[in-house]
Ligand binder design. Structure first.
Ligand code: ADP
Ligand code: MG
Length: 469
């Protein structure tokens, strides 16, 4: 395969996993220079900043996908990155692919500006049979921020990574893109591997599962492909929705699933929708997906989004004030990956200018339209949108809304919020309870029926419904 083609295939694959923002910012400026002996892959990167960032954050994607993309790949692939200034293909990458003069900057140096000594990074992968290396260590339970939007998924993930009784088998985690599914899957793998060093696990994105399966068919080795999966203790498959319409893959997976399930081996799957809404899947597979526990991850609340930003900044060793975190979190509502993108942009800025991140810098660099947040009324962002409207209208604060206070105006605000959340979002009563500060199921139900019976003609309600319909 031509190098360019190979690289483009890789970019396309990872784009669906980590998002086009990551690809545009970090990977588009990389050039695949040559492949030797189906084993050594040489890449050119525009500067040390990109070099270090890829090595730290995205090398697991290289390890995962190239064995399947490269025909007759050697079981032990090496990835070598060389910093080369003035790469022609870097022109369309975004501003973070800094110019060659910044080549001594690396992401970790925000506080201690130390240049990297070597400009060559050699990364060895394990043989593909030992899939443990495909897990990214940067995803751990420790750096996963828990909030009402993900707490069930988090608890279940912790349970399956520790327990042997397979109560949740399979564990099926679903939710929209950029909300932490892949992160959780890696957490499970990392934790499981630590507690069971002698066990075997496989982590795979469904795209690379499909690619490897196709390769195995072409090589007449489909039986050994499925046999390999039958020898493992934990199987983690990311973005299972990509199996849609792929009948032969589904058939192979069905057998792997059955065997693992019968032998009480843990299976964890992620998807962008709940099992029952997967289209292009055989019924028997969908029904198996629902045998264990299905749990969703929804959009984080403002507080959790802020906490995630502060945690990410801490991990990156970047100083971020609460003000700035709040500013970003109020403007990016539906996607944690985009929150991270904004932070990365500011990180690059602060490294370039040696100035701390200020609110002015954030406003200038990120340039959010101040009305944008209130204009977003997609289903994912509606809970925040609705709650904000209620707060404004009833002149109560978030703390009051979430409190146990029984003042008439607060109670009515809570009832309106519960009613609107039930009617205009896909949140369950449990989630609505969380949005409203941990109110009980019966309080929520009572609030909803009170509004339904007494207030349906309320002008505020009409106004909100007009906006949302
Ligand atoms: P998904 O697989 O659902 O599309 P990812 O797991 O790739 O999303 O998450 C996108 C980015 O957001 C990742 O870098 C991840 O670390 C981060 N992220 C998402 N949720 C959280 C969270 N609760 N705590 C910390 N980081 C998170
Ligand atoms: Mg993902």
């Amino acid at each position: 395969m031509i190098l360019n083609e190979l690289w483009e295939k890789f970019l396309k694959l990872v784009s669906s996993e980590v998002g086009h923002q990551v690809v545009d910012t970090w990977l588009k400026s990389v050039v695949l220079l040559k492949v030797e002996n189906n084993k050594d892959l040489y890449f050119s990167v525009p500067n040390q900043f990109v070099n270090a960032w890829i090595k730290k954050n995205y090398i697991h994607l290289f390890k995962e996908h190239f064995p399947a993309l490269l025909e007759n790949a050697n079981p032990e692939l090496n990835f070598e990155f060389k910093v080369t200034a003035n790469l022609s293909s870097s022109s369309d990458s975004t501003s973070i692919a800094l110019s060659a003069k910044d080549a001594t900057i690396q992401p970790e140096v925000c506080k201690k500006q130390k240049p990297i000594k070597t400009n060559r990074v050699l990364v060895r992968t394990q043989a593909p049979l030992k899939k443990k290396s495909l897990l990214s260590e940067k995803y751990s339970f420790k750096n996963f921020v828990v909030g009402p939007h993900n707490h069930l998924a988090y608890s279940a993930a912790q349970a399956v990574s520790k327990s042997c009784n397979k109560r949740y088998n399979p564990l099926f985690i679903y939710g929209k893109t950029g909300l932490g599914k892949t992160h959780l899957l890696h957490c499970i793998g990392n934790e499981f591997q630590q507690s069971n060093p002698d066990s075997n696990l496989i982590y795979k994105s469904s795209a690379s599962f499909v690619n490897e399966f196709i390769l195995a068919i072409r090589q007449g080795k489909s039986q050994s492909f499925t046999d390999r999966y039958k020898k493992i203790d934990l199987l983690l498959i990311d973005d299972i929705q990509f199996f849609a319409q792929k009948e032969q893959t589904q058939e192979a997976f069905f057998h792997i699933f059955n065997q693992m399930y019968d032998e009480k081996k843990q299976i964890v799957l992620t998807s962008d929708t709940m099992p029952q809404q997967l289209s292009g899947f055989s019924e028997r597979l969908v029904s198996r997906f629902s045998w264990g526990l299905s749990t969703d991850i929804t959009v984080p609340t403002l507080e959790t989004r802020t906490a995630i930003l502060l945690k990410k900044a801490e991990d990156l060793k970047i100083e971020l004030s609460l003000d700035v975190a709040n500013y970003i979190a109020s403007n990016i509502i539906t996607n944690v990956r985009e929150l991270e993108g904004a932070l990365t942009k500011l990180a690059a800025m602060t490294m370039l200018t040696f100035k701390p991140i200020s609110l002015e810098m954030a406003q200038k660099e990120l340039r959010y339209n101040s009305n944008a947040a209130t204009k977003i009324t997609t289903i994912e962002s509606r809970p925040d949108f609705i709650v904000n409207l209620v707060l404004k209208h009833f002149r109560v604060t978030m703390e009051e809304l979430k409190s146990k206070k029984r003042n008439a105006d607060i109670v009515i605000a809570r009832q309106f919020a519960a009613y609107l959340l039930k009617k205009h979002t896909n949140s369950s009563l449990r989630m609505i309870g969380y949005y409203l500060g941990g109110q009980t199921h019966s309080t929520i139900l009572h609030g909803i029926s009170k509004i339904k019976s007494e207030q349906t003609e309320d002008p505020f309600l009409k106004k909100v419904e007009n906006i949302l319909s």
